[in-house]
Design a protein around this ligand. Structure first.
Ligand SMILES: Cc1cc2nc3c(=O)[nH]c(=O)nc-3n(C[C@H](O)[C@H](O)[C@H](O)COP(=O)(O)OP(=O)(O)OC[C@H]3O[C@@H](n4cnc5c(N)ncnc54)[C@H](O)[C@@H]3O)c2cc1C
Length: 538
């Protein structure tokens, strides 16, 4: 830190603007890789209220990689409840759709989990500030930014005495939320999906032990659309849409919150309101995610209505996608070219999720009784079997261009983590075996064909090569890897540090997968025929 215009000290590797969950996680992931990070946050104290209240399996695997799950898995309450946990009902309470949110998912954690956002942010902050590589400075409002070919300098106002200070880094990540100052300062515009609805969010602690039969219920009542969700251990949330005849001011009143909750049987005798606030739910995204040395992540880059509980999850994916790229670049193991795919991969992925969230939002937010009746009829007809419980479609593949194998249908999909046993230790793969890049196979021959020099290089970038068997050194104890590989028509899979599949042996065998990854990271050709022509591979 220095006064503006003063000769600045050596720059840190990263400035992160915003100490929300995305900024803090990004700081941890970069700091763990030995990079120096300064996080600048405008508010002197942590934001004490929850916004996100559900989190998915992939996000928990990302938190596992940050070391959070080891001691804090009790922050998360897995989805339980009747009919798959996620129920969509009409105004008469008739079930229109049931979705299985209760399932065990491919990342090794429960598919969906309730949690209390301030508790997670407290843990993230504690982990971050305990790291010698991370410096968190609160009460610092960033309002100017300049960059040249080597560095980025921001100028900020300090809370309390209003003095002006500057910070310099080689890279900057704007994780400063929906109204991102960084996004505005670097001149990036946003695009809006044209969906907008005001909702009252009421968080409360139940005072009785009455149970809900679902984890989430969407009440698609045109008189009063509402959501009820279990928002973490010992907590509940209601969300109520604003009707045209109710002002934002009226919706925001405590009396309105009680009145609306009473219609669901929740009263001052059975609940203590923790807070209530009105939010405008909308879909929006940044047109670009990068200007030279400045990147956007989290709500600064994308915003969605919360009907699928995916906004924060998407931000944590951004953190993971940035961290592994920078770790390789900063240790000289990859060229800066790999940064180009951050936006292309992540923006297409999140756009699909924004579209899904808006589509379900339009179902839930219908206020026209005639259209609501048509919707009910259509959804009941689609239900066919009234006992059917749908499994949600898998999350989208990464957008292109991406750091994956072209022409491999498995590439860019989320990979799998399951329990393994090795040396008498049983646990999730990332804890027991690890490896930021993971090459796994159920075919021994496929792995023995990998040349030694490729093995050595792969180890240097943090890769692990694992033969999974039913009774060998590393046991696939639940058969989950075998099942995943079979389902995807392959015997070898190479996954990236953000758990997305780089490629499988549908297109390239194990040795060629590693060679192509080497070429891709180091800027060489990843073109398979050329590798063969040059005789690079045996
Ligand atoms: C009602 C509601 C329900 C939701 N439910 C879910 C859910 O169930 N699941 C889910 O995954 N997501 C959900 N979300 C979305 C989720 O809450 C957000 O995506 C997430 O909190 C965004 O985190 P972030 O770190 O990107 O931004 P923020 O948490 O907004 O953090 C940004 C930080 O930057 C700081 N800052 C801003 N400007 C500056 C500046 N100029 N200088 C310094 N600091 C600055 C801010 O003070 C803030 O601390 C929900 C959102 C809402 C509103």
């Amino acid at each position: 830190m220095s006064a503006p215009g003063e000769e600045t000290a050596d720059p840190v590797d990263f400035l992160i603007v915003g100490a929300g969950p995305v900024g803090l996680l990004t700081a941890i992931l970069l700091g763990q890789r030995g990079l120096s990070v300064t996080v600048l946050e405008r508010w002197p104290a942590r934001y004490p209220m929850p916004r996100a209240c559900t989190i998915d399996h992939e996000a928990l695997r990302i938190l596992q990689s940050a070391g959070v799950m080891r001691d804090h898995s009790d922050l998360f309450e897995p989805s339980r409840g009747e009919r798959g946990g996620y129920q969509i009902r009409n105004g008469d309470g008739v079930l229109l759709r049931a979705i299985n949110w209760n399932r065990a998912a491919e990342s090794g954690w429960a598919n969906t989990n309730g949690f209390y956002q301030p508790d997670l942010e407290e843990v993230l902050e504690k982990v971050a500030v305990a790291m010698p590589t991370v410096d968190l400075q609160r009460g610092v409002l960033v309002d100017d930014i300049q960059q040249d070919e080597q560095s980025v300098t921001v100028t900020a106002t300090l809370a309390g005495n209003e003095s002006r200070v500057s910070f310099r880094a080689r890279w900057l990540i704007g994780a400063d939320g929906a109204n991102s100052a960084i996004r505005g300062l670097i001149g990036i515009e946003t695009e809006d999906a044209g969906f907008e609805a005001d909702w009252l969010v009421v968080d409360y602690e139940p005072l009785d032990d009455s149970e809900w039969d679902a984890f989430v219920t969407q009440y698609c009542d045109p008189q009063q659309p509402a959501t009820a969700v279990k928002s973490g251990p010992g907590r509940r949330r209601f969300e109520f849409m604003r009707r045209a005849d109710v002002s934002v001011d009226k919706l925001g009143q405590t009396a309105t919150a009680w009145e609306l909750m009473e219609s669901h049987g929740v009263t001052a005798e059975t609940a203590r309101i923790e807070r209530h606030a009105v939010y405008t739910f909308r879909g929006r995204w940044a047109r670009e995610w990068r200007r030279s040395r400045v990147f956007l992540a989290g709500d600064a880059a994308h915003l969605m209505p919360p009907f699928l509980g995916q906004g924060l999850c998407a931000g944590l994916r951004d953190a993971s996608a940035l961290a592994w790229r920078f770790a390789l670049i900063e240790s000289g193991l990859a060229g800066e070219g790999i940064l180009d795919s951050y936006e292309t991969e992540r923006s297409a992925h999140v756009r699909e999720i924004i579209d899904e969230a808006i589509a379900i939002g339009r179902v839930i937010c219908e206020l026209d009784p005639g259209k609501a009746a048509e919707r009910d009829e259509r959804m009941l007809a689609e239900l066919h079997d009234p006992n059917a419980i749908l499994v949600e479609p898998p999350h989208p593949q990464l957008g292109h261009p991406s750091i994956t194998i072209d022409g491999d249908v498995n590439a860019g999909r989320l990979g799998v983590q399951a329990r393994v046993q090795s040396d008498g230790v049983t646990g999730l793969f990332d804890d027991v075996i690890g490896g930021s890049w993971q090459l796994v196979s159920i075919d021994e021959d496929a792995l023995t064909a990998i040349p030694e020099r490729l093995r050595q290089w792969f180890e240097i970038i943090g890769g692990s090569i694992t033969l999974l068997t039913e009774d060998g050194a590393v046991r696939d104890i639940d058969g989950a890897y075998r099942a995943w590989l079979r389902e995807h028509g392959c015997t070898v899979a190479l996954t990236r540090p953000d758990f997305y599949v780089y490629g499988t042996d549908l297109v390239l065998d194990a040795a060629r997968l590693l060679q192509s990854l080497h070429d891709r990271l180091t800027g060489g050709s990843a073109d398979h025929p050329q590798l063969l022509r040059e005789g690079v591979l045996p």
